[in-house]
Design a protein around this ligand. Structure first.
Ligand SMILES: [Fe+2]
Ligand SMILES: [Fe+2]
Length: 281
């Protein structure tokens, strides 16, 4: 089975790029399930019901989030009614919405998708290790055909520790939040695909997706700055594709994808369903 996670979608530039690329990605790579991290999709802060609908229509099966999930408060009633929109599973009990779900892939198989948030240099929340330990105990591979975790965090140490903590129990631990793609994508020894950060879907001529001037000013002067605005130039779509073994649910392959914008392109030519169908970016 083939799974895809698109990194944090930032603002209009990121949204438009993801919406434009997803149908082609689905076809070219024969994707069975697509997850998009949408926590910065609304002008860099949060997500709205209208944006969720746009991303689902473009071909996403699940939308994950992170620390920015509640930046647009109008998402609260929507998330309560929409099981395909996730917030971190380790938010305190009683928080609206869900942190995981078991979803049907296009091939009819069942995929556990979970969203969790790290704690180092992040808000104080419940232990993500305990939360995912419980969740993977309740939904072991075998009862689901694959398990994809979007682990949203700042520190690569905590993210890498989570990868190894879940090794052999999840198909993939793919991390988000830094908005910068890491080059450490690999298969861990017991068969879990891992990357320290998928990167963002947004304009890289920016400070992690936001216009440079205001972002720089915040570091230069200890003064309340202008509001940060999402950068509007051509976006790079950063994603990671994972192929799982249908017999075990563990990962057989992991490949980074970068399309458009300022970053060097990356495209898994060897994963193309039919070479003539997909022109490399
Ligand atoms: Fe983000
Ligand atoms: Fe984040």
């Amino acid at each position: 089975m083939r799974l895809l996670l698109c990194g944090d979608v930032v603002g209009r530039a990121g949204r438009e790029a993801v919406v434009a690329e997803l149908p082609r990605l689905r076809r070219a790579l024969g994707l069975d399930l697509v997850v998009v991290n949408g926590e910065n999709a609304a002008h860099g802060f949060g997500i709205t019901d209208k944006i969720c609908a746009e991303i689902f229509t473009a071909g996403a099966d699940v939308i994950t989030t992170g620390n920015h999930v509640w930046d647009r408060r109008e998402i609260i009633p929507y998330i309560e009614a929409e099981p395909r929109l996730l917030r971190p599973v380790n938010f305190p009990a009683g928080t609206p919405g869900r942190g995981f779900g078991v979803f049907s892939a296009r091939n009819g198989r069942k995929v556990l998708v979970a969203n969790a948030m790290a704690r180092l240099f992040m808000d104080a929340i419940d232990d993500p290790f305990a939360a995912l330990d419980r969740l993977l105990d309740e939904h072991p591979l075998g009862t689901v055909d694959a398990a994809l975790i979007d682990f949203h965090g700042e520190a690569t140490s905590e993210k890498t520790a989570m990868g190894y903590f879940c090794d052999g129990r999840a198909s993939a631990v793919l991390c988000t939040h830094s908005h910068v793609p890491a080059a450490d994508h690999r298969l861990l020894p017991k068969g879990t695909a891992y990357v320290s950060d998928v990167g963002m879907c947004g304009d890289y001529d920016s400070v992690i997706g936001m216009q440079k001037e205001a972002a720089i000013a915040r570091f230069v002067r200890k003064m309340p700055g202008e509001r940060l605005q999402a950068a509007e130039g051509e976006a790079t779509v950063c994603a990671v594709a994972v192929e799982t073994d249908d017999a075990t649910g563990l990962a057989a392959r992991i490949a980074p994808i970068r399309i458009g914008g300022k970053l060097a392109p990356a495209w898994p030519r060897d994963m193309e369903v039919a070479a003539h169908e997909a022109a490399a970016p």
